[in-house]
Design a protein around this ligand. Structure first.
Ligand SMILES: [Fe+2]
Length: 425
């Protein structure tokens, strides 16, 4: 939730009749009014939007189990406890958005997945288990929701509120040779928000927040349901995920038949490169990279920036024991001062219970650097993350060896082991 928006036509007051197509008068038998749809959070105490729809949102004529295959977020033990490296580029592509979603790391608060869809789905998807925060690592799309249409570009976050029907029409795919997209999905059961320290008492983003109201993309225009953007003439299938199980609701009217709406709840995009990083004389803690917050997790953006400028300052992250956090990092591009052997699309998991530290040599080698081009998304969770079977299938089994100075010398930028392939994927 960024600020209040209004699109299209709304009546003067809440819960007041809004005539459709100018039909009828106050006492006319054929009077048609819009269906008011209050889209609320935290019961009726949280943020909300109010939509005005031509037809009832509860007008489905069929409800049935979805025929789509679904990969459930089921955790496997992390035994032995270890720092882990997963190669998300090895997650197999699949047909559409829903079937390609592959959960990799989970706990009771958050599910982290990767999707590599090859085509767009024609259904609308609803995540009724939590908010979604997507990061478009590669690819772009047009997003359609009852709130309108908006474009999502590569290297942008997309926040979709829990319970919001949406359809992603991917751009730049086959047959033009673009290949599957590669999207990081973060699902928070309690929802994502702007951290409260970035708001002033009036709810405005503060002057020293790492972004401004102008940085966020919003629904541009309402959906023209007479001309379905995918050319469908109906019926329209809405696939709802609740309790990690899919149910289809089938409608004879377009799910986005909205005349107008206003409120605080609607999807937004945020380009990661618009994050305004802070730099210190001496190394600043990871909290300066916080971008979004959830109840038991934070999402951080590491973006290209000038780095620590004190004499003999050490820009490389210091060894630390963050005993209450698991640390998830999705590497996007650039050079990472603390890591060798990871590359674009790599995921590292550094669990609580083990100290974190740069690999041998990289700590010393960072002194004198004045800037970094690293780009990454980090998630710190306050409950342990556990891998799914799909994560274990794409794990680099030799990641723990990369802290062994006998095998790896990051200062020299080379592996001392006979086979360095697992560090260079
Ligand atoms: Fe760490």
């Amino acid at each position: 939730m960024i600020d209040r928006m209004i699109r299209g036509e709304v009546p003067t007051h809440h819960h007041q009749a809004l005539e459709i197509d100018g039909e009828g008068g106050a006492r006319h038998k054929k009077r048609r009014i819009a269906y008011e749809h209050c889209f609320t959070r935290k019961g009726f105490d949280g943020a909300y939007s109010i939509l005005y729809q031509r037809h009832s949102p509860a007008r489905e004529f069929l409800t049935e189990p979805s025929p789509l295959s679904w990969r459930k977020a089921e955790a496997e033990p992390l035994v032995p406890l270890r720092r882990a490296h997963f190669l998300s580029g090895q997650v197999p592509p699949a047909k559409g958005w829903v079937e390609s979603r592959t959960p990799l790391l989970v706990n009771n608060d958050i599910v982290i997945s990767v999707a590599r869809p090859m085509v767009s789905d024609d259904i609308f998807f609803v995540n009724a288990d939590g908010d979604e925060l997507l990061f478009f690592y590669s690819g772009s799309a047009t997003l359609e929701t009852p709130f309108g249409i908006q474009e999502v570009r590569e290297l942008e976050y997309l926040w979709i509120p829990k319970g919001c029907p949406y359809r992603l029409t991917f751009t730049g795919m086959e047959p033009k040779g673009g290949g599957p997209h590669h999207i990081l999905i973060m699902e928070s059961r309690d929802g994502f928000s702007v951290p409260k320290q970035f708001r002033n008492p009036s709810g405005q983003l503060t002057m020293d927040a790492p972004y401004t109201h102008r940085d966020f993309g919003r629904p541009d225009r309402l959906v023209d349901t007479a001309h379905d953007p995918q050319g469908s003439t109906g019926p329209w299938r809405v696939t709802v995920k609740k309790d990690d199980t899919l149910t289809d609701r089938v409608h004879d009217k377009h799910p986005c038949d909205v005349i107008g709406w206003d409120g605080y709840v609607y999807p937004v995009t945020f380009p990661i490169l618009e994050y305004k990083p802070k730099t210190g004389k001496w190394h600043l803690p990871p909290t300066i990279h916080i971008t979004f917050a959830a109840t038991n997790a934070v999402v951080c953006s590491f973006v290209p920036r000038k780095i620590d400028y004190g004499p003999d300052s050490i820009p490389c992250p210091y060894p630390h024991s963050s005993v209450d956090c698991d640390e998830f990092l999705f590497y996007v591009r650039g050079h990472f001062t603390s890591r060798k052997g990871v590359g674009p699309g790599s995921i590292s998991l550094h669990p609580m219970g083990m100290p974190h530290a740069p690999q041998p040599g990289s700590y010393e080698a960072s002194i004198g650097n004045t800037e970094t081009d690293e780009l990454a998304v980090m998630i710190d969770t306050f409950a342990p993350l556990r891998p799914t079977k799909w994560a274990l299938e794409c794990e680099d089994p030799r990641y723990m060896e990369s802290w062994d100075p006998g095998r790896f010398d990051a200062a020299a930028g080379e592996s001392k082991s006979e086979d360095e392939t697992s560090y260079s994927k």
